[in-house]
Ligand binder design. Structure first.
Ligand SMILES: [Zn+2]
Ligand SMILES: [Zn+2]
Length: 407
């Protein structure tokens, strides 16, 4: 396509970029937690309606629209919308106005980028060589939103009553603060980990702090359990397969002179490899029980998988990398970055070929706080880059996708 001023794939104008930043700031000031994105849904609906869309609520507090031409398979573009239970401490003029809630992961940026793509696509709908489904997803942080939208028929047209609107592929993005503005990562294969959650109750026998031989100390047993769990990483699994075991909370005991009867441990396990991941729900409770047994204690375990591994389709990763390389503001296309964080876009990627890519949003001086920090800020120069890479990737997919019954 030629880059004249009327083309759908031209770079974002100054006005489009300003509107994108304004949307992001508006969303940032009004963060809402997972499954409570009511005002966010309303704000996105208002923006979409002003562009000429008729948004449909999907998956509770989510929204979806479709745009384009023909009746062939569609490409899903997804943005998540939820915030975190964090008290914002950035001091920004558009900081959260809601105590205890903050857009500390950048989902406000994702939503704003997809709105910019939505606006451009609606303005030039006749130039779209196929159809897009634009999904504004709730509840990524608790891993429930993607499944809620899939259950509501997002991928098979049930959400809008059009059975021809079959989603054949999916794209999503995440801003990433440890990469500078101008870097985009599009990586093939497994890029984000399973998110497993466990809760262990170590149960001994309470007693007098001065008479340990008449009791079974759950605190000492729990300490042994915590140490033993790290040997899952160092001794029980293939060192070439990444895995993280983290005990995030420990609670037990009531008084200085009382031997605790129970200690509760909560934690998370992250891994990439499917066979390894499938061993963990048995392995972790077994290691914990064996360690506790040496101290006369038992362990009851609850182990659940919150999110599956996110696998990028190699062909789509190449397509996004190529599209990113064509954007003027993209200085570096990374093909390596993987991380042990989780992402429920994985459920879209399980259903159809997909690519989830990262858009560097780090501050120029390299002092960015990590995601989920109360001081998390992004360089807003990342916003037009995210929107352009998403748009150009989508256009590239539509131009090469198999078509049926084009109107
Ligand atoms: Zn997050
Ligand atoms: Zn996130």
């Amino acid at each position: 396509m030629a880059h004249d001023s009327f083309d759908i794939d031209r770079p974002l104008s100054a006005e489009e970029s300003e509107t994108l930043v304004a949307w992001r700031r508006q969303l940032h000031a009004q963060p809402e937690l997972s499954l409570c994105e009511f005002d966010t849904q309303a704000a996105v609906r208002t923006a979409l309606v002003s562009m000429g869309y008729q948004p449909i609520a999907v998956g509770g507090t989510g929204l979806a629209v479709s745009v384009g031409t023909g009746s062939g398979p569609a490409l899903l573009l997804r943005a998540d919308m939820d915030a975190l239970p964090i008290q914002e401490a950035t001091g920004l003029p558009f900081a959260s106005q809601r105590p205890g809630a903050m857009h500390a992961c950048g989902h406000d940026a994702h939503t704003a980028c997809l709105l910019a793509v939505a606006r451009r696509c609606k303005q030039h709908e006749t130039q779209l060589p196929g159809r897009l489904v634009l999904a504004f997803q709730p509840a990524e942080e608790n891993g429930r939103g993607a499944l809620a939208m899939i259950d509501a028929g997002l991928l098979d047209g049930r959400w809008c009553g059009d059975p021809t609107l079959q989603v054949a592929a999916a794209l999503g993005l995440h801003v990433w603060s440890s990469q500078g503005v101008g870097t985009v990562s599009a990586v093939a294969g497994p890029i984000m980990a399973t998110v497993d959650e466990f809760k262990l109750v170590v149960r001994g026998r309470g007693g007098h702090g001065a008479l340990p031989h008449q009791a079974a100390d759950a605190v000492v047993a729990a300490a042994a359990v915590i140490q033993a769990l790290q040997t899952i990483v160092s001794r029980q699994t293939d060192p070439l397969l990444p895995i993280v075991v983290t005990v995030g909370s420990i609670h037990g005991g009531m008084a200085f002179n009382v031997i605790a009867e129970t200690v509760e441990l909560c934690g998370t396990v992250r891994s990439f490899d499917r066979a390894l991941a499938d061993r963990l729900p048995t392995l972790l409770p077994q290691v914990a029980a064996d360690a506790a047994k040496a101290y006369g204690a038992t362990v009851s375990a609850n182990y659940q998988r919150n999110t599956i591994v996110l696998n990028n389709d190699p062909t789509l990763a190449d397509l996004v990398a190529t599209a990113a390389g064509r954007c003027n503001q993209v200085l570096h296309v990374d093909r390596q970055m993987r991380m042990m964080g989780g992402e429920d876009f994985a459920y879209f990627a399980q259903a159809v070929p997909a690519c989830f890519f990262f858009v560097g949003c780090g501050l120029p001086n390299g002092t960015s706080e990590p995601h989920h920090s109360p001081r998390f800020v992004i360089d807003e120069a990342a916003l037009p880059i995210g929107a352009e890479v998403m748009l150009n990737s989508a256009l590239a997919w539509l131009e090469t996708a198999p078509r049926s019954g084009s109107a």
